[in-house]
Design a protein around this ligand. Structure first.
Ligand code: SAH
Length: 252
């Protein structure tokens, strides 16, 4: 059996209780060494085989899983954040399906939530932003034509860019072309929830330059949108005049 486990954004105590339990039980751990906090490996039991997938191809990862399965061992594939966001788990699941190796996914705290917590931010504010766009800029890996940043920018809502810290200049250009104003607030969170976390608060016009000054070229999220400045509208849910399933609203 293979467990895909979300390791969380960085801080070692942000893995789920379930994920930690699987880590402790694992006979084999394959972890994404470029981003998973190595301190999590302290949970591994004695004799556990540990592989760093940063040095491995998909075939090699699958080979380790297959060999473990032949010996009825329990494998944990430890991914950064939540495995469903840019986690490259589909291709692994497809290969496991072909080999009839059973697997299960244990969710994790995505870095997008780690970053919001560090910023004290709510991504969705009443009357300002009710949608969150999770995307990336096009670099060496292509992005479908219909998801060009300038087109997504037309929504003017909260946008979270993964895998784009090395492409800040391009992000700025595309978002400007798409219609976000130059004063739109932008936050960059480097290594959210790690001890070396860095937060940069800027605007669309200067964030790229500031990232360069701070030498932030990887492991960062670029967060764009007016929610970074806060909002004044209150939610209906807690409004005293608003009736909900649990509470009757009062007049005025
Ligand atoms: N599955 C992961 C994302 C993997 S893609 C998740 O849910 O968070 C890798 C990208 O995620 C990095 O390039 C960076 O943009 C972002 N990332 C991962 N961990 C991060 C962290 N602690 N702080 C900021 N960005 C992070």
């Amino acid at each position: 059996m293979v467990h895909f486990v979300g390791a969380g954004p960085g801080a070692e105590d942000l893995i789920t209780v379930r994920g930690q339990r699987y880590l402790r039980q694992a006979d084999v751990i394959i972890y994404a060494g470029s981003l998973v906090n190595p301190k999590l490996l302290k949970e591994a039991k004695e004799g556990c085989q540990i592989h760093n997938s940063a040095f491995m191809t998909l075939e090699e990862v699958i080979h380790v899983m297959e060999a473990a399965e032949e010996q009825s061992l329990l494998t944990v594939r430890l991914h950064t954040g939540d495995p469903s966001i840019f986690g490259a788990i589909r291709e692994q699941m497809d290969e496991l399906d072909k080999r009839k190796i059973p697997y299960e996914v244990c969710p994790g705290v995505s870095s997008l939530f780690g970053a919001a917590a560090s910023l004290g931010l709510e991504y969705t504010l009443p009357e300002m932003a009710q949608s969150v766009i999770i995307t990336r800029a096009e670099g060496r890996t292509p992005v479908p034509e219909k998801e060009r940043l300038r087109d997504l920018a037309a929504h003017q809502t909260t946008m979270i860019l993964f895998l784009s810290s090395g492409l800040a200049g391009k992000v700025k250009q595309e978002l400007e072309a798409g219609g976000y104003g130059p004063d739109t607030p932008v936050a960059v969170v480097y290594k959210a929830t790690w001890p070396e976390e860095k937060i940069l608060r800027a605007t669309l016009s200067d964030f790229a330059e500031r990232m360069e000054q701070e030498n932030i070229t990887k492991t960062a999220l670029i967060i764009v949108g007016n929610v970074l400045n806060g909002g004044s509208a209150r939610s209906k849910l807690y409004d005293k005049t608003f009736t909900t399933e649990y509470r009757k609203g009062s007049e005025g």
